[in-house]
Design a protein around this ligand. Structure first.
Ligand code: FE2
Length: 388
């Protein structure tokens, strides 16, 4: 009899707990707020190890407190620690600013993630341990973490927007070609299949989307750099075509100093997103000092510079990206850079007190220099390519 009562109590207890689990999962649902807005903050290339550089942590904290985003995306090359436990501790430190504020976050992997002792698959379990929303949607396809996250409308009745996360992998497996890797064919096929499923579930209309990926696609540079007919420079040859090392000034705004795209991309990722017609904007990291914006075939292309200072950074572009979506019109979006030189100069900023900080006067000068640079660049900027 006692056994029957215990069993009955166990069943009742299980039934009582089940809605809590379901509710905990429900809290992770991304949704437009009651004003119809959804904000995404991007931290690119933290590329650090525990303990993190002090100004990096403070910059992330202050950007989060100022913008109060609904989601943070870490855009690859995140931890560069060596060994399982050190990687885990670094991941804990990097994600702490989000965890402390209960802000959901997602990641994509960069070429430096998983290049030491710990695999990308194991790193992903560490991120998930701290609440990361990213999954490896299809473990059979190339890389790790290629996936998507849907954002529900403010009334919660439908999927209003979608976010694609691609693993752009590390180095080209074909050693003869060399250079950085790219999104492989099976990943592109997964994207096409999943986009089709989303479209079907949305009554036959594509779900407007954004794409997040660490290494940029070669197609972007094919558009932004003039071709060289006679000779080539190292690092400026893509798909067998040589390019001049200075980009067209009128095809982009912002800074573009590093063209570190793969030297080869034949699998048609760009064509796939154009053909599918769901992606309104693409965001890339990897090139720490680039913060350029451009537009190609009606798709915005944005390179987010590094937020961190451990690897290499430049005071004229270091910071975090901030996207604001409005569900009233999801064919467009707002984007701004929260630059370190502006954040340092905020009245209550604690960044100047950090061990590795520079003086406020230095950042006043940087801001002045940057404004002057943008002013000169704007003279060359073609009207149709302005993206603010
Ligand atoms: Fe990178």
């Amino acid at each position: 009899m006692k056994k029957i009562i215990s069993l009955a109590l166990a069943i009742i207890l299980t039934l009582c707990i089940a809605p809590v689990v379901s509710s905990a999962e429900g809290e992770k649902t991304l949704q437009f707020d009651s004003d119809g807005k959804f904000k995404i903050m991007i931290f690119a290339d933290v590329q650090d190890f525990d303990p993190l550089v002090e100004t990096t942590v403070q910059l992330m904290n202050e950007c989060l407190d100022k913008a109060e985003p609904d989601l943070v995306v870490y855009l690859g090359d995140i931890s560069v620690a060596t060994g399982d436990e050190k990687e885990r501790k670094t991941i804990q430190a990097v994600t702490k600013p989000c965890v402390d504020r209960d802000i959901p976050f997602a990641i994509v992997f960069g070429n430096h993630d998983g290049e030491r002792e710990t695999s990308r698959e194991k790193l992903l379990t560490y991120y998930q341990e701290f609440g990361c929303l990213t999954t490896d949607a299809d473990p059979d396809i190339f890389g790790c973490g290629t996936s998507n996250l849907e954002i529900k409308s403010s009334d919660g009745k439908k999927t209003a927007f979608n976010l694609w996360f691609f693993d752009s992998n590390a180095t080209n497996p074909d050693k003869e070609v060399g250079g950085y890797d790219y999104v492989h064919e099976d990943q592109v096929e997964w994207y096409k299949k999943t986009a089709e499923e989303l479209k079907k579930a949305n009554g036959g209309d594509v779900v407007p989307s954004m794409l997040f990926q660490h290494i940029i696609m070669t197609e972007v540079y094919e558009r932004l750099y003039p071709k060289m007919p006679l000779f080539s420079f190292k690092d400026y040859t893509m798909n067998g075509v040589a390019y001049f090392p200075v980009p067209f000034f009128n095809r982009h705004s912002g800074i573009i100093l590093e063209p570190c795209s793969p030297s080869f991309n034949s699998v048609g990722q760009w064509d796939a997103i154009v053909e599918t017609g769901d992606v309104i904007a693409t965001f890339f990291g990897h090139d720490h000092v680039n913060d350029f914006r451009a537009e190609y075939e009606d798709i915005a292309i944005i390179n987010v510079p590094t937020v961190g200072d451990q690897a290499y950074s430049d005071a004229i572009s270091r910071g975090a990206g901030l996207i604001t979506l409005d569900e009233k019109d999801l064919s467009t979006f707002e984007y701004e850079m929260m630059y370190m030189f502006d954040m340092v100069l905020e009245e209550d900023s604690k960044i100047p007190e950090a061990e590795d900080a520079r003086s406020k006067a230095y950042y006043w000068f940087v801001r002045l220099f940057r404004n002057m640079l943008d002013g000169i660049h704007n003279i060359f900027l073609a009207k149709e390519n302005e993206y603010h």
